[in-house]
Design a protein around this ligand. Structure first.
Ligand SMILES: Cc1ncc(COP(=O)(O)O)c(C=O)c1O
Length: 399
């Protein structure tokens, strides 16, 4: 099957790109802090083929809801290889994960209360349970202008500066459950290394101040990956390792990372075709069978990486063409082509680096999910059939 014979629209995952990105990450971690765990972030792209790929490559599953937790189990991930984060856990899955020694990072007060069930079991069976806790610290004070919420601050985890973190740790320990890890994921606007410098410094400070005995520091995700012009993995991890070494040693403390975007973002293309060209009084609109909803579901991107594949070059120039999507929303416009050759039905537009927060975040609006293929060398295999009405209706009760 060749690319041009495949019916558009579809996503295409480049397995070679995934392989090389993951290897670079492993090499950088091995070099900086050999005692590491990579937890692939399911929320970034949880297509079954993708999560299974990371499972086969010895990554843990980083999940943030009971649904993602069940998904991980459904592909055969052992609890010991689950990192369970977030504020959307169910009590049942939370207790199951802690009981089966998953890495569970507490984020909400009610989870601490749920631990009572385990404390009881602990007394009965002599089992020892461990949890980690998500730290909320004022990153905006360390890296002004770089955080997602700026002056309003972030809402996840227990606040270090106002004493909430200490109170929560004490409450957990008083139940006979040991706090063995700190989770410090931060979603920044910039993804720059100084974010991780602050994370590492705060981890060291908290551990020393509270005299914690930790088996892991989880610095979360949010790294760049697959972009030559942006920071590379060693820049993050060499710096983090240098700081962590002040307090921890790599034989006893695991460094956990939870990348999503850095691994899957750049390995995925979205292939679309021109289906119509409309000339109006004000513009030329190039209508495609793709949509902005599929590669920019939050409608925040101002530009895309793309290539045009024209069937021939025998055509005129057009001063301004607006490439648009299949939905009925006027703002489903992807980009403007200025002073370019006129696009025609049958031409293809290939968007690159669209693997993160796209397939999993796109709405089921007007059209259902498209086909997904994986390219492995010369081979192209389908790994998801486009959804039909039966997928869409599954689980619904129409009458
Ligand atoms: C807890 C946690 N870990 C990991 C990630 C992955 O981030 P990214 O895809 O930017 O690497 C996120 C994303 O929001 C997250 O919330």
């Amino acid at each position: 099957m060749t690319g041009l014979s495949i019916k558009t629209p579809y996503f295409l995952i480049d397995k070679t790109g995934l392989d090389s990105g993951l290897q670079k990450l492993k090499d950088a971690l091995q070099n900086a802090w050999p005692n590491y765990i990579i937890g692939y972030s399911y929320k970034t792209n949880s297509l079954p083929w993708v999560i299974n790929y990371f499972k086969k490559n010895n990554c843990y599953a980083e999940v943030v809801s009971d649904d993602e937790y069940e998904l991980a189990k459904s592909i055969g991930i052992d609890n010991k290889n689950v990192i369970y984060n977030g504020i959307a856990k169910s009590k049942k899955s939370f207790l199951e994960a802690v009981r089966n020694h998953a890495i569970v990072n507490i984020d909400s007060e009610y989870e601490i209360d749920w631990l009572d069930d385990l404390a009881y079991q602990d007394r009965v069976q002599g089992e020892k349970y461990e949890v980690g806790i998500r730290v909320n610290f004022d990153l905006e004070a360390y890296c002004p202008g770089q955080t997602q919420c700026g002056e309003d601050g972030e809402r996840f985890g227990f606040c270090y500066e106002n004493g909430e973190l200490q109170r929560a740790i004490d409450k957990i320990e008083n139940k006979g459950i040991h706090v063995t890890g700190l989770h410090l994921h931060k979603s920044s606007k910039t993804r720059m290394p100084d974010i991780y410098e602050s994370i590492a410094k705060v981890a060291v400070e908290i551990t020393g101040k509270y005299d914690l005995s930790l088996s892991y520091i989880d610095i979360g995700g949010g790294f760049f990956g697959g972009l030559e012009t942006k920071p590379q993995f060693p820049e993050y991890f060499n710096m983090v390792a240098g700081i962590l070494a002040e307090q921890f040693d790599s034989d006893n403390t695991v460094l956990i990372v939870e990348p999503g975007m850095a691994l899957i973002g750049s390995a995925v293309d979205y292939i679309t075709s021109v289906v119509d060209v409309k000339k109006t009084m004000r513009n030329t609109f190039v209508i495609t069978d793709g949509s902005r909803t599929q590669i920019d579901p939050l409608m925040t991107k101002s530009e895309y990486f793309y290539d045009l594949i024209m069937q021939n070059e025998n055509r005129k120039n057009n001063t301004r063409q607006i490439v648009s999507g299949f939905t009925c929303m006027e703002h489903d416009r992807l980009f403007e082509l200025n002073d370019g050759l006129e696009l025609q039905p049958g031409d293809q537009i290939v968007y690159h680096k669209v693997g993160a927060y796209t397939m999993c975040l796109a709405p089921l609006f007007i059209k259902w999910y498209p086909d997904v293929y994986v390219k492995d060398g010369a081979l192209i295999n389908k790994v998801r059939n486009r959804w039909t009405d039966s997928n869409y209706k599954s689980g619904s009760i129409a009458e």
